[in-house]
Design a protein around this ligand. Sequence first.
Ligand SMILES: Cc1cc2nc3c(=O)[nH]c(=O)nc-3n(C[C@H](O)[C@H](O)[C@H](O)COP(=O)(O)OP(=O)(O)OC[C@H]3O[C@@H](n4cnc5c(N)ncnc54)[C@H](O)[C@@H]3O)c2cc1C
Length: 297
Amino acid sequence: MFRGASFERRLDVSTSPYTMIRGEDFFSSTLSYLESKGVEFQWECSSVEVSKNTIHADGQTSTFDAVVDAAFEATTARAMMWQSFAGVWVSSHQPIFDPGTALLMDIHESSAEAPVSFLYILPTSERTALVEHTTFSPSPMAKGYHLDRCFEWLSRNHRDEFQLGATEYGAIPMGLRSMPSPAIYAVGSTAGAVRPATGYAFVRAHEQARQVAGQILSQGCQSNTPYPRWLTCADSLFLTALRNAPERGREIMERLLSQARGDALVAFLSGDVTVRDALSVWLSVPKCTMLRSLLRV
Ligand SMILES: Cc1cc2nc3c(=O)[nH]c(=O)nc-3n(C[C@H](O)[C@H](O)[C@H](O)COP(=O)(O)OP(=O)(O)OC[C@H]3O[C@@H](n4cnc5c(N)ncnc54)[C@H](O)[C@@H]3O)c2cc1C
């Protein structure tokens, strides 16, 4: 479901279901699986340098048939915009959530510091949900800023029927440009897995990992372009418009979410989109507003 000042829209996403993976579950099961296969890990290295066949870590050099570089440090990244978010797990004695419906974006007012601002509710049962607030902004917003908006929403909609649980926070660079050396296999943000306009990365990073594994096995070179160039260029225009005219962020997002054809919108957000579907989504954006924002008029 998407919601804005003057619309509420439900889309059937059964063909592209949303999957929730909790980070700690993913890492604990994946790391134990790899250890059971004989993989050795070296943690907390103070310095790491990666080249085609070697890794230098804390003064020690290890040589391999191939090296995959997945190193990335978001806090030092340079980006056109930032997607920052914080959320809180909520539980209730009463059935207050609908586990069949996720509220993916409840669009809020734009501001100079946060052109796009929305709340996100992901129920995991009738009594438990993740309530999260997200912004697209020139610099990441603080965790407390996001959590305050989650608490406001909860008290407005559910008064005191809920208990607060664990919180989470993250900041993802949007419109990052740092491509790895072609001599090295790379996956993740450093290899362009983060979609500029949405900040989504997980699915693409998993695909890259599978591709790189295949390339290593066939001793091929990495030839991976995570997103087509036309899509990243269009995403960059969207981010430029938000940076130039932050106060118009809400209008652009609301028109896109309320007017775009449903199936095209779902494909567009997933990043797995044809030119035709992307065009139909772009046509729903207010053209004058977009043009004026790009030209700063
Ligand atoms: C709470 C939370 C929720 C999220 N939800 C989603 C979501 O729903 N969908 C989605 O797509 N994304 C989501 N993200 C974002 C997603 O986690 C990141 O975009 C993704 O992890 C980036 O993957 P990565 O492998 O490039 O970087 P990371 O997962 O950050 O891994 C990079 C690793 O490199 C290491 N490193 C850094 N520098 C060096 C160095 N010099 N040498 C060696 N290692 C180094 C770091 O310690 C780190 O372990 C979320 C993030 C958070 C925090």
